[in-house]
Unconditional design. Structure first.
Length: 572
């Protein structure tokens, strides 16, 4: 009788203990808001935090970035928080340029590269400086190795020549397509993506024309008995079929695509681990990618050993730089080191994704704003009067070294309105303070390049809440509240002694981040845009489109791309 009573008691105790543990686990899994920072109360009561709302928004709209910044507008707060799931620390979203500038330029010991960004990069380019924190012992050496790749002399004398050549191939391709489509719109985004890949491959490795995707597409169309067009009835436009990629280029694109998937993955480390086990093609591509890069290093070395020190590419520069650094450090050069391979592949990534997205947005915006397009074309023809009088194209050197304020303004405004990179991610390295709120170590901070202060009225912040350095250091202008969301290149221009000049500090702008951890390929991206846009506007008029083709719907990946980027061209 006694034992029969003990059994229910023991069972009750076990069940009670288990229920207590489950309840404690539930409480532990609930979001832990940072005191004082606004958030959605319903999300704080859910084990999965803000994820259900985020997923619902993605299902409805196909993108997540507007969902992030809408919290700032909803709470009328420059700093808000959301919750990424069970046991996760809050993620912060900052919509204020002055404080973002301070974080990126002057508070680099408080905030550094975000851990998830490092995880995403580590699977493909772990030895590239972008995959390192600033206090990583390798970081300084890597930056020293590649520092001159973005110098004006290298960009103008080496990179510009390669980019110009590949831009001409895009002109040829679109001339053929415009003729084949007889004035109907055709898909342009993939052509821009391919051309940008050609440009950066040429700048990185001096790839020959037989490795150009654009040249390959051009030859494919020319050699066909009739244009290989595909009617897109839903859009009232034409697409063109494409030949398979050359193996070397296909490998580089495949690995670049995988890296892009990693950057938007919620758990890049675990997804990479799973794919490396299950995806044999990915494993082969990663090996083949290294072999492609090593073959270009070998080709560069052969020329160097033959006494030819002419630099045609980033590979040539890197090899010669490795040689001089090794001599300075009294060691043998390691031309095929993981550092060199990763820095070269990272150069491709940095010079490709953002540029192709930016050019796509610019083409859409110019098509929709014929006055701006004509004014830009006139500015180009005035600046390159010699080319006009000689009935020729401006040269690579002329374009690269020219000062054309309206061109700079159009590029900057396209980046501001198109926002190919709408967020910059950082992580708190120490317990710190932001806008008067205590931020614990290890919290991800997303700095917005959209929303209040950028394309809509800024949120008011008392000076007492700001950091001292943000109040005393360099400031930029503010945008006119009326029409902040509109495409208006003139907002970047000012008059000095009766001369129109471009003002890069005209207003809030974070397209390439800021500071020593800002986008390494920023100057290369600007150079590509200058060359490509000049040549496109010199040769074509972009007619205004209607319906879905004029939509500004976005697709998100490594960058934010226009979902529909079509062109209807007229020769000029």
């Amino acid at each position: 009788m006694e034992s029969s009573m003990e059994f229910p008691l023991a069972t009750t105790l076990i069940i009670t203990a288990a229920a207590t543990l489950v309840y404690l686990g539930y409480l532990s899994a609930l979001p832990k808001p940072i005191p004082g920072i606004p958030y959605d109360e319903s999300a704080a009561k859910h084990v999965f935090g803000s994820l259900p709302g985020m997923i619902s928004h993605i299902k409805e709209h196909g993108v997540v970035m507007p969902w992030l910044t809408q919290h700032n507008s909803k709470h009328q707060a420059p700093l808000v928080q959301f919750f990424g799931g069970p046991f996760a620390k809050p993620t912060l979203v900052l919509c204020d340029f002055q404080e973002s500038q301070d974080v990126l330029l002057r508070r680099t010991k408080d905030f550094d590269r975000a851990g998830r960004t490092l995880e995403a990069m580590a699977g493909v380019i772990p030895n590239h400086h972008i995959a390192m924190r600033s206090d990583d012992g390798r970081f300084k050496g890597n930056k020293e190795l590649v520092r001159d790749l973005m110098s004006p002399s290298f960009l103008h004398e080496v990179s510009a020549v390669q980019i110009y050549s590949k831009s001409l191939a895009l002109i040829d391709l679109w001339s053929v397509k415009a003729k084949a489509t007889s004035g109907r719109p055709f898909e342009a985004r993939q052509d821009i993506f391919d051309a940008a890949m050609d440009m950066v491959n040429a700048a990185a490795f001096a790839f020959e024309d037989d490795l150009s995707i654009t040249k390959q597409n051009l030859n494919y169309i020319i050699s066909a008995e009739k244009p290989p067009t595909i009617v897109n009835a839903d859009l009232g436009a034409l697409d063109f079929s494409r030949p398979p990629l050359v193996s070397e280029v296909a490998v580089l694109q495949a690995v670049a695509k995988f890296l892009g998937e990693q950057t938007v993955s919620p758990a890049p480390k675990y997804i990479r681990w799973y794919k490396m086990i299950t995806d044999a093609k990915l494993r082969r591509n990663l090996v083949s990618k290294d072999e492609v890069i090593k073959s270009r290093i070998q080709k560069s070395l052969k020329r160097l050993e033959a006494g030819d020190k002419t630099q045609f590419s980033a590979t040539d520069y890197l090899i010669q730089r490795e040689y001089s650094v090794a001599r300075k450090e009294n060691r043998s050069p390691d031309f095929y080191s993981r550092r060199n391979i990763d820095e070269l592949f990272g150069y491709i990534i940095g010079g490709h994704e953002t540029t192709s997205a930016a050019i796509s947005w610019t083409i859409k915006l110019l098509s929709d704003h014929p006055r701006v397009q004509e004014e830009l074309r006139e500015s180009l023809r005035t600046s390159f009067a010699a080319a006009v009088s000689e009935s020729r194209l401006p040269t690579a050197t002329e374009i690269a070294k020219s000062q054309i304020p309206y061109l700079d303004a159009v590029i900057e405004e396209s980046l501001r309105v198109g926002r190919p990179t709408p967020m910059v991610a950082r992580e708190s390295m120490v317990d710190t303070v932001l806008l008067g709120h205590r931020i614990p170590k290890g919290v991800t901070l997303l700095l917005s390049n959209a929303g209040p202060g950028f394309i809509s009225k800024p949120l008011q912040i008392p000076d007492s809440m700001r950091s001292e350095s943000s109040k005393t250091k360099q400031r930029v202008g503010e945008w006119d509240l009326e029409g902040m969301h509109l495409f208006k290149p003139e907002r970047w221009l000012k008059e000095e002694d009766g001369v129109q000049t471009f003002d890069s500090q005209a207003g809030p702008f974070l397209a390439f981040s800021l500071g020593h951890r800002g986008c390494f390929g920023r100057r290369l991206a600007y150079l590509e845009m200058r060359l490509v846009l000049t040549l496109l506007l010199w040769n074509f008029r972009f007619d205004k489109l209607e319906g879905k083709l004029a939509s500004y719907d976005t697709e998100e990946g490594v960058t934010a791309m226009p979902k529909f980027c079509y062109v209807r061209l007229q020769a000029v």
